[in-house]
Design a protein around this ligand. Structure first.
Ligand SMILES: Cc1cc2nc3c(=O)[nH]c(=O)nc-3n(C[C@H](O)[C@H](O)[C@H](O)COP(=O)(O)OP(=O)(O)OC[C@H]3O[C@@H](n4cnc5c(N)ncnc54)[C@H](O)[C@@H]3O)c2cc1C
Length: 423
C-alpha cells in the first residue's frame, strides 16, 4: 500500500517534469531544434530520477516504514540506472544537435561540468554493480559512491547555465536544488543526532564458535521484533564503518543487542569489543516482523545466522505470552554455530505452541533432520500450508529456492516474507 503510494508519487513527479517541459518549450521552433528540446526533456527526466535516489538512500523513516530499506534500495538500483540512461540520451542528443546546427561541439566550461557529472555518475553506478566482480572491498565502493553528493550539484550548475533564466524549466531546477539542499540538511542533522547519543557496550558474549552478541545501553529504541539497525563501533579511538545487523533482542527487554557472525573484516573484530566501548546506532529499519501480518500460524525458516530476527520475534512472543502457533525450521551445516540453543530448548518446553526443527546439512551423526531443508520437509511437519505466514531469512540461494518451492506448493506470495542479509 505504502509502496504503491511512493511509486505513484514518483510517477506524479515525472508527470510534473513533463508539464514544466511542455510549458517551457516553444513548439513553434520545434522543427528546427527538436534534438535540443527532446534532449532537455531527457535531462529533466534523468535529473528527477537521479534526485529521487538521494531520497531513497537517505533512510527517511516515515517513507521507509512499511516499505523496507531493502526494497527502497532495489528501487534505487533500478531508477538510478534509468535516470542515468536519461542523462546519457540527453548528452547524445545535445552533441548531435550541436554537430547538426554548428558543425562542431564547442565544449564550453559548463558543458565540461555536465560531462564530468555524467561520467562520474557512470563510474559510481558501474562500481556499484561490479565491485564484487572486480574484487573491491564494500567500504571502498561505498566511499567512492559518496562522490554522488558532489556530482548532483555539478549537474545542477550545468543545467542552470543552459536554461533561460525565468523559464519554466529554470524554476523547476530551483525546486530540485532546494529539495536537494533540504535533503542534505536532513541527513546532516540525523548524523548529528546519532553522534550526540552514543550507546555503551555493557556485555560481550560468545554465543557459538563464530558468533558473538553485543548488548548496548542508551537511548530507548522503539522497534518491532525482527527489525534491524545500523551500527558503528568506537573502539580504542577508532570508529568503524556503519554495518546493518538485526536487533536480536526483543523490544520487551531492557537491552538492545546484536548477534554478528564472523564473516569478513568487521565481523571478525566483534570478539575484540570491550565492555565500556561506545556505539552509534541508527534504528529501527525493516518490515520483517510478524507484527506486520495477520495470520495466527507462523512458519519461521532460518538458515545459519538468519536465526537472529526469529530469536527476536520468539523472545517477544514468549515475553508477551502470545497464542501464536510457531514452527521454526533452522538449517545449519553442523552444530558448531548453533547459537541460542539452550534458550530455544527452554522456550520449546515452556511454549506449547512452539515447535523447533533443527536441520543439519553436513553432520552425519545428527540424530534429527539431516540434508537439505526444502518444501517436502516443511510439508511433512505442517500438513496444511493454509492460513500461515512464512518468514524466510538465510543465504540467498536457500531463500530463492524456498520461495519457488512454496509458490509451487500454492502458498500465495503475499504470505511469503523474506529478509536477505544484504542491502
Ligand atoms: C538487514 C540486515 C540484517 C543483518 N543482520 C545480521 C545479523 O543479525 N548477524 C550477522 O552476522 N549478520 C547480519 N547481517 C549481515 C552483516 O551486515 C554483514 O555480514 C556485515 O556487514 C559484513 O561485514 P564484514 O566487514 O565483516 O564482511 P565483508 O566481507 O566486508 O562483507 C561481506 C558482505 O557483507 C555486506 N557488507 C559489508 N559491509 C557492509 C556495510 N558496511 N553495510 C552493508 N553491508 C555490508 C556486503 O554485501 C559484503 O559483500 C545483516 C545484514 C542486513 C542487510
Amino acid at each position: 500500500m505504502k509502496a504503491r503510494l511512493v511509486l505513484t508519487a514518483v510517477l506524479f513527479l515525472l508527470l510534473l517534469t513533463l508539464i514544466f517541459w511542455v510549458w517551457g518549450t516553444d513548439f513553434g521552433t520545434f522543427g528546427v531544434d527538436y534534438l535540443r528540446q527532446i534532449g532537455l526533456l531527457f535531462a529533466a527526466f534523468g535529473l528527477v530520477l537521479i534526485f529521487l535516489q538521494y531520497v531513497f538512500v537517505s533512510r527517511i523513516k516515515f517513507i521507509e516504514a512499511g516499505i523496507g530499506l531493502d526494497r527502497m534500495l532495489r528501487w534505487h538500483r533500478i531508477m538510478g540506472r534509468v535516470g542515468l540512461a536519461g542523462l546519457t540520451v540527453h548528452a547524445v542528443l545535445i552533441v548531435l544537435y550541436r554537430f547538426t546546427v554548428f558543425g562542431e561541439l564547442f565544449p564550453t566550461t559548463f558543458i565540461w561540468i555536465g560531462l564530468i557529472a555524467l561520467f562520474g555518475f557512470m563510474v559510481t553506478a558501474s562500481l556499484a554493480s561490479l565491485y564484487k566482480t572486480i574484487g573491491i572491498a564494500y567500504e571502498i565502493w561505498r566511499n567512492i559512491h559518496l562522490l554522488n553528493y558532489v556530482l548532483f550539484p555539478l549537474a545542477l550548475v550545468h543545467v542552470f547555465y543552459h536554461t533561460v533564466s525565468g523559464s519554466a524549466l529554470f524554476y523547476f531546477w530551483i525546486l530540485l536544488a532546494v529539495l536537494y539542499a533540504a535533503l542534505i540538511i536532513y541527513r546532516l542533522l540525523r548524523i548529528n543526532n546519532i553522534k550526540s547519543n552514543p550507546y555503551d557496550i555493557v556485555e560481550v558474549r560468545q554465543e557459538a564458535k563464530d558468533i558473538w552478541s553485543l548488548d548496548f545501553s542508551g537511548k530507548k529504541v522503539d522497534f518491532k521484533p525482527g527489525q534491524f539497525m545500523f551500527i558503528q563501533l568506537l573502539r580504542n579511538g577508532h570508529l568503524s564503518s556503519s554495518h546493518p545487523f538485526t536487533i536480536s533482542n526483543s523490544p520487551t527487554r531492557d537491552r538492545l543487542s546484536i548477534t554478528p557472525k564472523k564473516l569478513g573484516d568487521f565481523t571478525s573484530t566483534i570478539k575484540d569489543t570491550k565492555v565500556g566501548d561506545k556505539a552509534f546506532i541508527d534504528a529501527p529499519y525493516g518490515v520483517f516482523s510478524f507484527l506486520n501480518y495477520k495470520h495466527e500460524e507462523l512458519v519461521f525458516i532460518a538458515g545459519g545466522i538468519g536465526i537472529t530476527p526469529f530469536i527476536s520475534m520468539l523472545r517477544y512472543i514468549y515475553d508477551q505470552q502470545l497464542s501464536k502457533q510457531v514452527t521454526l525450521f533452522w538449517t545449519n551445516r553442523d552444530e558448531s554455530n548453533l547459537c541460542f540453543r539452550e534458550e530455544l530448548e527452554q522456550m520449546e518446553e515452556e511454549m506449547e505452541n512452539l515447535k523447533v526443527i533443527l536441520v543439519m546439512s553436513d553432520h552425519p551423526e545428527w540424530p534429527g533432520e539431516k540434508g537439505r531443508l526444502g518444501g517436502d520437509m516443511i510439508m511433512s511437519y505442517l500438513g496444511s500450508l493454509d492460513r500461515k505466514d512464512f518468514f524466510i531469512c538465510g543465504p540467498q540461494a536457500l531463500t530463492a529456492s524456498l520461495k519457488i518451492e512454496l509458490k509451487e506448493l500454492e502458498v500465495p506470495p503475499s504470505r511469503i516474507h523474506s529478509e536477505l542479509f544484504q542491502l
